[in-house]
Design a protein around this ligand. Structure first.
Ligand SMILES: [Zn+2]
Length: 240
């Protein structure tokens, strides 16, 4: 069986695979992916900080309103205390007790507002940092993308030419042989067509793909037809 046409096809196929692999494993491609991940993470952080900032604002508004009401009530109680004078001791004691209660509440709100201010400063700082980080990785991404696209477009004409050349060979291949070849390639067994190997002047032969020795039957087939299949990996083996 003549394998020349299939070998020629395989050679173009392997070269294409090599070129594609060169693109897929290019350092710029890795850099691009990393920058994209970092940018997405920074963006997710920004969204989370925005939500936190919104919550802080709500708490501030509530506490601020509560604080205002407290101040008003405080002024009213002080006025009542003044008007009450010393004559009604019970009434006076009740007002004083209310005032103390209110003072404790207002001081709690003051403390909460202070803590909220600190939290708000922290969130603003973290937001700014995420924003800067997102911007940095967006710049890295676009720079890497520009250079990677240039690299790819430089390779594209050669890939297109080689693909055309390879595909033009396809109609001339034996259909059965080609489907065996295709199944091996799809299974990751490349090269799918390999030479036989002998280290003892033809006493035994082995597969150059997986390295295992051929059975007596496969060896007989190889010697008789010049082609056989590996008993182990099923690669197509030929003898020069
Ligand atoms: Zn094998």
């Amino acid at each position: 069986m003549n394998l020349d046409k299939l070998l020629e096809y395989q050679s173009a196929d392997l070269e294409l695979k090599f070129m594609q692999n060169e693109i897929d494993t290019h350092p710029l491609n890795g850099k691009l992916e990393k920058a994209r991940r970092e940018f997405d993470a920074a963006k997710a952080n920004l969204e989370a900080y925005e939500k936190t900032a919104q919550r802080i604002l709500e708490i501030n508004e509530q506490s601020g309103a509560y604080y205002g009401d407290g101040q008003k009530e405080f002024a009213e109680l002080q006025k009542a205390l003044k008007e009450c004078g010393d004559s009604d001791a019970d009434k006076r004691a009740a007002i004083v007790s209310k005032l103390e209660e209110l003072r404790a509440k207002v001081s709690k709100v003051e403390k909460a507002l202070g803590e909220n201010k600190k939290r708000s400063d922290d969130v603003i700082k973290a937001y700014q940092e995420s924003h800067d980080r997102g911007k940095k990785f967006r710049d890295i991404y676009y720079d890497a993308k520009k250079r990677f696209d240039a690299f790819k477009s430089e390779r594209e004409p050669k890939i297109a030419e080689l693909t055309k050349k390879r595909d033009a060979m396809r109609p001339n291949l034996d259909p059965g042989l080609f489907s065996a070849y295709k199944a091996l390639v799809d299974d990751g067994k490349t090269p799918a067509v390999v030479e036989s190997r002998t280290v003892d002047n033809g006493k035994t032969y082995s597969c150059k793909g997986c390295g295992l020795s051929l059975s007596q039957q496969s060896k007989g087939e190889l010697l008789e037809r010049g082609v056989c299949r590996c008993d182990n990996c099923r690669r197509i083996i030929y003898k020069k």
